[in-house]
Design a protein around this ligand. Structure first.
Ligand code: NAG
Ligand code: NAG
Ligand code: NAG
Length: 438
């Protein structure tokens, strides 16, 4: 006999027991009702057997979304920053600019140190240093042979050092051995590397009252912001910078809420290199934060595995190159997460893919002057297509080379051969011709 039969039989037995014990009429009809309900139990059980696992599976797959969605209930927003208005135009004198901010002007500018922990963002580092170059005294960069998540990492800066000849005489480069602790919270390794960076900054020769810029490589203050802060007096001792958040490229503008980058008037024994909130003042519109702005899919995979939020890679298929390529093309979320916001209004407002931005006004100068090379970071020029969408199906044949998708009439192509992803029709056309010959 099957277990199912046995247990249902048993249920009947219990029911009979209950019915048999009752005497009064009212009680009898009540217990009849109970018995009917008991009778339903078996079906309900089956129903629950299906529903409960489905529910659990749902929570397993989307639990993170549920907690993020309910965040406004369990977490109140941090104390808002006091936002300082930011005044700038190319053709307004420094004296006037300082005065507009309520600051005086100095006889000579302060020295400025830019300090970063480097992982693998070679292109973004180039754009950062080219942007800041005129105003930086020393570029301090620390690289570890371990990611925050304890994965061995090649010294990519050392390998690409000849691409940074332009700052060689202002460079302080240091390396640090990772600790490779298995199963440790990645934030511990991150904190350890920041302490090492603290020491490197002192080795670089920083002195009291010099400006120290603390930010990740991809948090790029605009040059004019740094120039303003080095020339004006009476600026706050610690000032956070409000940067525009972009994702994947400057084509996806997310919001203007990046605040982690900060500028410090260095005080020996007091200033500590950190990436959290250290003051309440935030200078508006002070630059760009381009997250996951990589050329190659392999770099996305590396970063997803390497950074402190590795726990967000809940399923291994998140690292599948085809999936990543699709996500990038659509402006969707790599980790399939909901927006991290504090009000339902903002969460709902930001759900779904990020809309395309068609503005490339006020982006880093070096990026625009080298647009050809860094095309993948810029809004694409949509021209009359040399290929019709129908003819794209022809491309589906060369699977061994890569895959493609069509997104809003623009081609988003990804070649597995390590050539990176291209989403420009001219390039598609070139590739297309190349392959037509092949
Ligand atoms: C800058 O100001 C000068 C004089 O005040 C003026 O001649 C020049 O056209 C201005 N340039 C721009 C780009 O506005
Ligand atoms: C990392 O660097 C340290 C110090 O230079 C070295 O002892 C260690 O062997 C390196 N580990 C790996 C995996 O490269
Ligand atoms: C930031 O974005 C919000 C909403 O899009 C906008 O109201 C605000 O003016 C922006 N602030 C700056 C400094 O751009």
């Amino acid at each position: 006999m099957s277990v199912g039969y046995y247990s249902s039989k048993k249920t009947d037995d219990i029911c009979e027991d209950v019915c048999g014990q009752q005497s009064s009429r009212a009680a009898l009809s009540m217990s009849r009702l109970k018995c009917i309900l008991r009778g339903l139990d078996f079906k309900t059980c089956i129903f629950l057997l299906v529903l409960v696992p489905l529910g659990i599976l749902g929570v397993y797959l989307h639990g993170q979304k549920i907690t993020y969605f309910l965040r406004p209930i369990w977490e109140s927003p941090p104390k808002p920053f006091q936002i300082l208005p930011h005044y700038y135009h190319d053709n307004v004198s420094m004296e006037n600019l300082c005065r507009l901010h309520g600051w005086g002007i100095r006889e000579s500018p302060r020295r400025v140190y830019d300090a970063v922990l480097f992982s693998n963002e070679v292109d973004i580092l180039t754009i950062r240093w080219k942007e800041l170059y005129p105003y930086i005294t020393q570029f301090v960069i620390l690289e570890a042979n371990s990611t925050f998540t304890g994965i061995p990492k090649p010294l990519l800066f050392a390998r690409n050092r000849d691409r940074f000849k332009f700052i060689e005489n202002r460079l302080t480069y240091g390396t640090v051995g990772g600790r490779f602790r298995k199963g440790e919270n990645p934030f511990v390794e991150e904190a350890y590397q920041r302490v090492a960076l603290d020491q490197l900054i002192r080795i670089a020769g920083i002195e009291d009252d010099d400006l120290l810029l603390m930010s990740d490589v991809d948090e790029i203050p605009s040059a004019h912001t740094i120039n303003l802060l080095r020339w004006c007096d009476d600026t706050p001792p610690v000032l956070h910078l409000q940067l525009k958040n972009y994702l994947y490229s400057f084509e996806y503008y997310v919001d203007n809420k990046s605040w982690r980058a900060s500028v410090h008037k260095f005080k020996t024994g007091k200033t500590r290199y950190a990436h959290y909130r250290q003051a309440d003042v935030l200078l508006s519109d002070a630059g760009w934060h381009c997250s996951f702005c990589f050329r190659h899919i392999s770099e996305f995979v590396f970063k997803m595995k390497a950074y402190s939020h590795y726990d967000r890679v809940r399923f291994s298929h998140y690292l599948n190159p085809k999936r990543i390529q699709n996500v990038i093309c659509k402006g969707a979320d790599l980790f399939d997460m909901l927006p991290e916001e504090y009000t339902f209004k903002e969460i709902i407002g930001k759900m779904g893919p990020i809309p395309h931005s068609y503005s490339a006004v006020h982006l880093p100068e070096f990026l625009l002057n080298n647009a050809e090379k860094y095309k993948y970071l810029l809004p694409a020029l949509v021209q009359a297509s040399p290929l019709s969408v129908e003819s794209m199906s022809f491309l589906g044949r060369w699977d061994e080379l890569g895959s493609f998708s069509v997104y809003e009439g623009k081609f988003c192509i990804f070649l597995f051969a390590g050539l990176g992803f291209l989403h420009y029709e001219e390039e598609v056309y070139a590739v297309f011709q190349g392959v037509a010959r092949y």
